[in-house]
Ligand binder design. Structure first.
Ligand code: PEP
Ligand code: MN
Length: 359
């Protein structure tokens, strides 16, 4: 599959290609005010705004709709910035093209659905417009690739993937887990495909935008899509993750662009290792939780048989046994002793709580 490098779509632009603008177009004044402020930031070449917003529940603000396309047209005329909006249905494509939108983007909630992707790709057939494809909500590389293939099959060759993170079950500091190994694998499987990063939807909060953007640059991604609002706290959608144009400018000026051969390969291996460590840690956490449940059961059993919690002899034997096993496995004895102490203390506390409750 051949792809055109993203920088060839926008002559004169240096890496990273920066796309900025509000999560949602709210009013004409907000759109134009943001665009004029962004125009002053030399790295920003494309203005984004969501016109049709995919919302989890009906009744939330679902975008200003077609009216926003006229505001985007004004942005283009007044600032010279290129424009991009999210499209999810064939009629969005048609209207966006009619209003001279330069680049279309397909959102994470649309990319998960092969029926929607097929329909959209067909509606784009014969239209020579660049399309950005966000990753699907769930961490499924094949769905992402499938969406790109569907567009490619319909004659779209100016395609870029946008990494915006993945739904996660556990709460972490990210709104959407980055799973860097997935876009890295995408780069490996689709060489030449431009890949951008959307730190706003990965981070979900302002203070995470900078480190995520830097990491994307270290992985040699081609560009960034960052949500920007003149008064972020008052934004109608995604308030906590939007930046003022000034804050965006500071982040862009602080980015370190390292260029060295083989770094993608190096970072890829590093990410794979990090991912494996994550999985081991999750397993450790699961096992610890399981062990504490056993301690609770033990507390109830000791109570029923009127036995004291601390069985000193058993603890001494257990400790010696684990240290022996640990050092055979190559673990540092001091480290293991400290860990065992902690686990034992917690276990005693749990048993004491159980007994107190039963008392
Ligand atoms: C957006 O960019 O505002 C958006 C809705 O993104 P995503 O599809 O990545 O959630
Ligand atoms: Mn958003």
């Amino acid at each position: 599959m051949n792809f055109l490098p993203v920088l060839s779509w926008i002559p004169g632009n240096a890496r990273p290609l920066v796309i900025a603008g509000p999560c949602s177009a709210e009013t004409e004044a907000q759109v134009l005010q943001t665009a004029h402020a962004l125009k002053l930031i030399p790295q920003v070449r494309v203005f984004r705004a969501g016109i049709w917003k995919p919302r989890t529940r009906p009744g939330s603000f679902e975008g200003v709709g077609s009216a926003g396309l006229l505001w985007m047209k004004k942005v283009k005329e007044e600032t010279g910035l290129l424009t991009t909006v999210e499209v999810a249905k064939p009629h969005h494509v048609q209207e966006a093209i009619e209003h001279g939108i330069d680049i279309l983007w397909i959102g994470a909630r649309t990319v998960v659905n092969p029926f929607s992707m097929e329909e959209l790709a067909e509606s784009l057939s014969g239209i020579d417009v660049p399309v950005l494809v966000k990753n699907p909500v769930n961490p499924d590389l094949k769905l992402w690739i499938g969406a790109i293939e569907r567009l490619h099959k319909n004659g779209i060759h100016r395609i870029a993937a946008v990494h915006r993170g993945f739904y996660q079950y556990e709460n972490t500091r990210y709104r959407n887990a980055p799973h860097w190994e997935i876009p890295i694998e995408l780069m490996r499987q689709m060489p030449g495909l431009p890949v951008l990063c959307d730190p706003s939807h990965i981070g979900g909060s302002r203070n995470l935008i900078q480190p995520i953007a830097q990491q994307a640059m270290d992985l040699e991604m081609d560009g960034l899509m960052i949500e920007t609002h003149p008064d972020p706290d008052k934004a109608w959608t995604d308030a906590s993750q939007q930046l003022t144009p000034g804050a965006l400018s500071d982040i862009l000026n602080g980015l370190v662009l390292r260029e060295h051969k083989g770094s993608r390969e190096f970072e890829r291996n590093l990410e794979e290792l990090r991912h494996e460590i994550d999985l081991i840690d999750y397993e450790l956490i699961r096992l610890l939780a399981e062990r504490m449940l056993k301690a609770e059961e033990m507390g109830r059993y000791k109570y029923a048989h009127n036995i004291t919690i601390l069985q000193l002899q058993r603890w001494k034997e257990l400790f010696a046994d684990r240290i022996k096993k640990g050092s055979k496995a190559g673990l540092d004895t001091r480290f293991l002793a400290a860990l065992l102490q902690l686990v034992h203390e917690q276990s005693i506390e749990i048993q004491t709580n159980v007994m107190n409750k039963l008392e």
